[in-house]
Design a protein around this ligand. Structure first.
Ligand code: ADP
Ligand code: GLC
Length: 498
């Protein structure tokens, strides 16, 4: 099975969040399961530098008429060796800053062209216009940045095309641009319609993916249901409900090659999962590194997160006085919303022995937080899957989380019954408000004070297995249901002329 996996970020080449982790690990698991994979991503400077065994494949021309040639470069992902294709277009991708924003957190003004090109090239690689001999049987697109690829395949009315799969990692990010971009990106005007690319008077990349792909997936079964409701569907719930038979939730996995406390090179004291003495050493090291009081008994709550509204970090700030009154410590590594950043900075300045705020992005510190923390805080308002709870489990760190999306699918709340059966692996709250969150934290702190009970919960956490293998097989089944047809049914409109 030949699969082209298109994504805007791929670990370890470039990462802002969980999409990168998935785009690095899932293709590797699929390759292990026998698929012939190619990952496609933009040639950002960091990605170009980190890709191994690079060589030029050929010219892609100037597909969006930007006045510069785009070239295709092939290489391999470090570690897994999965083949990667990079879109070498320096005018659009070679710049300092992040993949979506400049160094000041402002979206790049030409994002429509940048990710229009990613989508366009993904589609082009499925046709005779590709400079490579290899042609995919399946094009697997991820999030809005790749959403126009299935739309291009539709617009070109090919005699044969690959089956297309579109995975929603977060429906709240839609890639909306002014209607002028429809023609600029090469689409005929009739595709700018409610039954097409239009979304509330703008061009929506996400809608392109949702409307023109044969199959839709999202990253947990619960989120697949949630996004069909107005509360979570961000205005697209109607389309998703209509396509419900084409939509399924496949739970993400964890890359235990990267997230393994025993072989973790970022830790001062690597330890076997479940080894409480080893974990205690990492806790002491983290407290020292962050300048927190060296208190072995104080519950140390960690946060590794983007600071965006949906992660619910305002609830942590609201509950912070109560949490500190419980004698707990809170340590955060995160970046994003400036108000939240300031809120955590101020809390750390006011309570340096109890609160540490590392504002920024640090892969190393993220690992040390997982290793040193007792409790991981994830009060997300919604969470398509969430990966940090998987990592926390492996490092014996117990999540406190809102019962939503992938968190609801992976956490078992601690109660009398679940403690008895040894299935309790976290503390879950149903209503997403500061009071409910605080109550869940209080329950966690109470159990933490009873080491015999706490050990049971940690044991259940460490026993969780979210390896990618199982999910990869589900994707393979999905691919198989589409490949060989030469096209998929899609929305009934994505069918190529055969
Ligand atoms: P999302 O993709 O919504 O950000 P996930 O839980 O799926 O949420 O994935 C987040 C990923 O990003 C994890 O690998 C996590 O460790 C990482 N991460 C988030 N913020 C930071 C940060 N400030 N520093 C280091 N890693 C971070
Ligand atoms: C998104 C979601 C997160 C998910 C990740 C990977 O960023 O917010 O919940 O785990 O994608 O699928």
């Amino acid at each position: 099975m030949r699969v082209l996996f298109a994504s805007s970020e791929v670990f370890p080449l470039i990462k802002t969040g969980g999409l990168a982790d998935v785009s690095g690990a899932l293709p590797a698991a699929l390759a292990e399961a026998g698929a012939d994979m190619r990952i496609l991503l933009p040639g950002y400077p960091q990605a170009m530098d980190a890709t191994e065994a690079k060589r030029e494949v050929g010219s892609l021309g100037d597909p969006l008429a930007i006045g510069a040639e785009t070239r295709l470069v092939s290489g391999k992902l470090p570690e897994s060796g999965v083949p990667v294709w990079l879109i070498d277009c320096p005018v659009l991708f070679q710049r300092d800053g992040g993949p979506y924003q400049d160094g000041h957190g402002r979206d790049w003004p030409d994002n429509a062209l940048r990710f229009g090109l990613l989508s366009r090239v993904a589609a082009q690689l499925c046709t005779d216009g590709s400079p490579a001999k290899w042609r995919p049987q399946i094009l697997h697109c991820n999030d809005w940045q790749t959403g126009l690829a299935p739309a291009y395949l539709h617009a070109w009315e090919l005699l044969a095309r690959p089956g297309t799969v579109f995975t929603i990692h977060n429906i709240a990010y839609q890639g909306q641009f002014p209607p002028e971009m429809v023609a600029r990106l090469g689409f005929p005007p009739e595709m700018y319609a409610m039954e097409g690319l239009e979304y509330y008077d703008s061009l929506s990349f996400l809608k392109g993916g949702l409307y023109y792909s044969d199959r839709l997936t999202t990253v947990s079964p619960r989120y697949a249901k949630e996004i069909q409701t107005p509360a979570f569907g961000c205005g697209i719930e109607g389309l998703l409900s209509r396509r419900a038979t084409d939509l399924c939730g496949i739970l993400n996995g964890a890359d235990y090659g990267v997230w393994d406390p025993e072989s973790d090179s970022h830790l001062a004291h690597p330890f076997k999962p479940g080894d409480t003495a080893g974990k205690a050493r990492n806790k002491a090291a983290l407290q020292e590194e962050l300048g927190l009081a060296p208190l072995p008994q104080a519950p140390l709550m960690v946060i590794v997160s983007r600071l965006s509204d949906h992660k619910g970090m305002d609830l942590v700030l609201a509950a912070l006085p109560a949490i500190l009154a419980m004698g707990a410590q809170v340590a955060l590594v995160g970046t994003g919303d400036h108000q939240l950043e300031d809120g955590f900075r101020a809390a750390a300045a006011a309570h340096p022995a109890q609160v540490a705020a590392c504002i920024g992005y640090s892969e190393q510190l993220a690992h040390r937080m997982m290793a040193g923390g007792d409790i991981l805080l994830m009060p997300s308002r919604f969470e398509p899957c969430g990966l940090t709870q998987f990592y926390a489990f492996r490092y014996g760190t117990v999540p406190v989380a809102h019962a939503t999306g992938g968190l609801a699918d992976t956490l078992v709340d601690t109660g009398y019954d679940t403690l008895m059966t040894g299935t309790a692996n976290g503390f879950v709250f149903e209503h997403c408000n500061a009071g409910a969150f605080q109550w869940a934290v209080e329950r966690a702190v109470a159990l933490h004070a009873r080491p015999d009970q706490w050990r049971k919960i940690v044991k259940a956490c460490v026993a969780q297995d979210f390896s990618w293998g199982r999910s990869a097989l589900r994707y393979l089944d999905l691919y198989k249901s589409l490949a060989g047809t030469g096209k998929g049914g899609g929305n009934g409109k994505g069918r190529a002329k055969a």
